[in-house]
Design a binder for this molecule. Structure first.
Ligand SMILES: [Zn+2]
Length: 276
């Protein structure tokens, strides 16, 4: 599944390639991708609209057009391709044909991706509606403060790894990234969430930003299938603990355990378990 860095990479890539392009027609080959309006309403609302900006909330892409907003989630396998003069191929479910002859193709082998269309550009209103009303802030959002997070954390006894993966608390951290964040913070992923001090919570939040920033700069990971145009992530070459054999700090063997049902890599020597 694309994680926040991959989605951010897609956002930047789309922004570079489709801003200023105007939709001439929309072809829908698999209608269930579109969630909140009928396929006809979807097409008619988008014809004549020009892409003006692409934003992101969590793993949702928010595409602002002349009068409407298109919210897209790639889920497991969704990808966008910009093509010209090429026949539509299998798995291209939604095709936005532009007035300049190019087209943006939404490709999704698993068909789990979603699109929601809003006839407004008021993000405050859109954030109150499904599906964005359920998306928590990510580590880059200014409203995600250490104090706020600490207040939530001190009531939770489940492992810190499960808490960091919970998209209703902090959005954007997937399995690979959480292992890296816990390693950088010197915290065992099984540590009970409420046992962490405010300083440790601040450290986790700082390291979340560091790991995600680095992953974004490197185009994300390609451990799981992902591509947007020809981008392939190089972050997997830079992983410190996830899927690694030896700890880069102490050279001890990295162990793999399960935490909250997820495969988890850690160094028992460098990552301490705190009890609370
Ligand atoms: Zn170590």
């Amino acid at each position: 599944m694309p994680e926040l860095p991959e989605v951010e990479t897609v956002r930047r890539d789309l922004k570079k390639n489709i801003i200023g392009k105007t939709i001439n027609s929309v072809d829908i080959y698999y209608r269930n991708i579109i969630k909140n309006v009928s396929p006809i309403e979807f097409s008619y609302s988008l014809i004549g609209q020009t892409f003006e900006d692409i934003k992101r909330k969590g793993k949702y892409l928010i595409m602002l057009l002349t009068d409407v907003t298109l919210v897209s989630h790639l889920r497991m396998e969704g990808k966008y391709f910009l093509k010209k003069d090429e026949p539509v191929v299998k798995h291209e479910h939604i095709v936005f044909n532009f007035t300049d002859g190019t087209s943006l193709r939404y490709h999704d082998v698993r068909k789990f991706g979603t699109m929601n269309l809003f006839k407004t550009k008021n993000l405050k209103l859109i954030f109150q509606e499904e599906p964005l009303n359920k998306v928590a802030s990510d580590p880059f959002d200014e409203d995600l403060t250490v104090e706020k997070i600490y207040e939530v954390f001190r009531k939770l006894s489940r492992p810190i790894k499960s808490t960091l993966l919970d998209q209703t608390i902090i959005s954007g951290l997937g399995n690979i990234y959480v292992d890296e964040v816990c390693f950088l913070s010197g915290i065992h992923p099984s540590t009970s969430t409420k046992s962490l001090s405010i300083e440790q919570v601040a450290l986790l939040l700082d390291n979340s930003r560091i790991v995600l920033k680095k992953a974004i700069a490197l185009g994300g990971t390609t451990i799981k299938s992902f591509s947007s145009h020809e981008i392939s992530g190089r972050f997997q070459n830079e992983l410190l603990v996830h899927t690694k054999e030896f700890c880069p700090t102490c050279n001890q063997t990295i162990i793999k355990i399960r935490v909250g049902g997820r495969g988890t890599y850690l160094c028992e020597h460098c990552q301490k378990k705190f009890e609370g």
